[in-house]
Design a binder for this molecule. Structure first.
Ligand SMILES: [Zn+2]
Length: 86
């Protein structure tokens, strides 16, 4: 007789954890609070190198760009858009 594993895990989270993560992200993120956020995002989506973007807009390093891109799903946009170099 196979042993049944009890369903003792936590119930599925009803509210989107993604959204809550995004709120926490934007509180700490330099890009989210940047006046030129839209420009930065557009530049990223058009496949400009993140380290160049960081340099151009005065961020410490490209990890700021990557964090923001992950939190706001910019990588997906980047994947669906053909940049000017393709
Ligand atoms: Zn951000």
């Amino acid at each position: 007789m196979p042993q049944r594993i009890a369903d003792s895990g936590p119930p599925a989270v009803a509210s989107s954890p993604n959204r809550r993560g995004a709120e926490r992200h934007s509180r700490k993120c330099q890009i989210c609070r940047h006046p030129l956020r839209a420009v930065i995002e557009r530049t990223f989506v058009s496949r400009r190198s993140p380290s160049r973007i960081a340099q151009q807009f005065g961020f410490n390093d490209r990890s700021t760009i990557y964090r923001h891109a992950h939190a706001t799903q910019l990588f997906e946009l980047r994947g669906t858009q053909r940049g000017p170099f393709f």
